[in-house]
Design a protein around this ligand. Structure first.
Ligand code: CP
Length: 318
């Protein structure tokens, strides 16, 4: 099996509970990955994903190899039938098969390029590796999804939730650079699959793709969304709409998360995937408060990666 997105999870609640069990005893399944090699390919920067996925592999007894493919690998061609007489040195057809010679599991991070919306939303890089690699693929954030982060966030909410149906809000916040929709897309997808009163709030023009919004309530009134919320999940994303795709159209600092806004919530918890720009996305007073879960989230990245790798390894064993 691959872990590409939520469709690879047979039972989300069960994965969450199993991840919480792994957290209590991370080395319990150390024999499972013995003599297996995890190769992690990074086309983009990372702190949390790189270290937590390595740690998860090590906890399962795997050997781990990491390559900064974006800086150190050959530039890859993805098109069919291309005459490769320009800058790209290697086709993904060979590259994916070659990596498979060294790996039992391949993790890949490849963000949206914002050059072509269709290519981004077709997941050009991950799709090509899944097609040509013979080893299973672990999505470490692709063009339009970050399933390890979303699984982490569901684990964290599960740990801190005290209600049968908590109010969970995904809020846009301003950022000076154009960021992908991946984290917001996956968070919305996993929240929609959970028993939440789920609300998305963002300025006009920042609507996410309909397949990720699903049945969530959507409002352009951030204060209204925050009222009575138990969890505030904050993330910037750039527009999905064709005419403004991947551009910065709004930096309204009224959307920054302040203590005044958090006071509208039901003593709500603050969440962010990190990295975060302090006093741009969120005020120091909020991220430094007792209600901030950002470090707990970062810790849970290990157990989200570990449960995904465990499921993949078990599927190889069969
Ligand atoms: N949240 C997250 O994916 O962090 P990194 O980009 O540092 O891996």
């Amino acid at each position: 099996m691959n872990y590409f997105d939520i469709n690879d999870i047979d039972n989300l609640q069960q994965w969450i509970e199993e991840a919480k069990e792994l957290k209590k005893n991370p080395l319990k399944h150390k024999a499972l990955g013995e003599d297996k090699t995890l190769v992690l390919l990074f086309f983009n920067n990372s702190l949390r994903t790189r270290l937590s996925t390595q740690k998860a592999g090590l906890n399962l007894g795997m050997n781990v190899m990491v390559m900064n493919f974006g800086q150190e690998g050959w530039q890859l061609e993805y098109g069919d039938g291309e005459v490769m007489d320009q800058g790209k040195s290697e086709h993904v057809i060979e590259a994916a098969q070659v990596v498979s010679q060294y790996a039992d599991v391949i993790g890949i991070r490849a963000f949206a390029k914002f050059e072509n919306k269709e290519e981004d939303y077709q997941e050009q890089v991950l799709t090509a590796f899944m097609k040509y690699a013979s080893a299973p693929i672990l999505n470490m954030e692709s063009a339009i999804g970050h399933p390890l982060q979303a699984l982490t966030d569901m684990i964290t909410i599960s740990e801190f939730n005290t209600k049968p149906k908590p109010k969970v809000v995904l809020s846009w916040a301003p950022h000076p650079r154009a960021l992908p929709q991946a984290v917001a897309n996956s968070f919305a997808q996993y929240a929609n699959a959970s028993d939440f009163d789920f609300v998305i709030t963002h300025p006009e023009g920042y609507e996410l793709a309909p397949q990720f919004v699903g049945g969530a309530k959507v409002t352009h009134n951030q204060d209204e969304a925050f009222k009575g919320a138990d969890f505030i999940y904050v993330k910037n994303w750039s527009p999905y709409v064709d005419e403004n795709y991947g551009q910065v159209m709004n930096t309204d600092e009224n959307w920054r998360i302040s203590a005044e806004k958090m006071a509208l919530t039901n003593d709500g918890k603050f969440m962010h995937c990190l990295p975060v720009r302090r006093n741009v996305i969120v005020d120091d007073a909020v991220i430094d408060s007792e209600n901030s879960l950002v470090i707990e989230q970062a810790n849970n990245r290990t157990y989200a990666a570990q449960i995904a790798l465990k499921k993949i390894l078990e599927s190889i064993e069969k």
